[in-house]
Write a protein that binds this ligand. Sequence first.
Ligand SMILES: Cc1ncc(COP(=O)(O)O)c(C=O)c1O
Length: 370
Amino acid sequence: MGPDERSLLLDAFDSNWIAPLGPHVDAFEREFCETVGVPHAAALSSGTEALHLALLMLGIGAMDEVLVSTLTFAASANVVAYVGATPAFIDSNRETWNMDPGLLEEELAACARRGKLPKAVIVVDLYGQCADYDPILEACARYGVPVIEDAAEALGANYKGKPAGSFGAAAVFSFNGNKIITTSGGGMFVSSDRFLVERARHLATQARDPAPHYEHSEIGYNYRMSNLLAAVGRGQLRVLRDRVSRKREIFHFYQRALGDLPGASFMPIAVYGEPNYWLTCILVDPARFGATREEIRLALEAENIESRPLWKPMHLQPVFKDCKVRGGSVSEGIFRDGLCLPSGTALIDVELERVADIIRAACRGMHQNL
Ligand SMILES: Cc1ncc(COP(=O)(O)O)c(C=O)c1O
């Protein structure tokens, strides 16, 4: 957090607008659209809620099926269960680690043959890199299935020059504490359809109808963002560009420091766009590297440095064990061999060097000449 966040937060505090609405919420939505390049936005108290509202607005409910990228955080799939529908998972491809458009196409064709299409596809922009939207949107349009873009991790990224959050019927962002910018907890529902965003705002405000008394014609939710947190978000938006460039530097630092190690590789950067480099992720082939990703993680932990395995694919999660999956081996391999390296923008170069030295030492155990 910087001085702008502090002064905006104090401004919100001093104004006494301590509520899940207020001038900072309105301004945050407006400035978010300007900064990110999306047309309409509703500020909510989490990205998960934004996904939940997206499903509700597409009318998804019991007995419906929703296709979801398997390599993601649980929230992308949990929301499908919130509305009583069932997720079915699509594997990643090796080129982007995102949903494989070919497998999606196969699954849609198989669903069409069975006579029951999914009601939506939730496409995740993994670790800050957009999925390959041209073939994904083309396949979904052919079958008339709407897309929801889960851009929770991808604020500031682009696909063929269009910002993350521009694809599909609606898109969501997260401002959770671990994201590229944060409001401690928070989310944004965005769409090019003004009506959808207005409806999201309505449902998120307990679906209160315009009347002097409390009138409700449908079930609503208490999902709006606090005015205090929106003030923090406005300050964070001002540093988004700097955050992305520091994240890019961190990625390139690790690439230079570790790129020559046998059996180590990085999340591939697709030619179609520019990620926000949210987390730098590596894959480790233990046979060539001389250590597993878990041994590297433990070597870092022994030095009080936190790193984490990549998302465990949803089709391997006990809670989704009965759900369908198309493919699976690519995300399983990425999970088995992948490690998210410390990527916080507050890290200074000597700290990054310490991380790299420990990883190089783990490799040197096997390769004496490194
Ligand atoms: C891909 C993805 N989707 C959804 C979410 C949920 O966002 P939130 O934590 O704001 O509810 C997250 C992260 O937290 C995420 O990484």
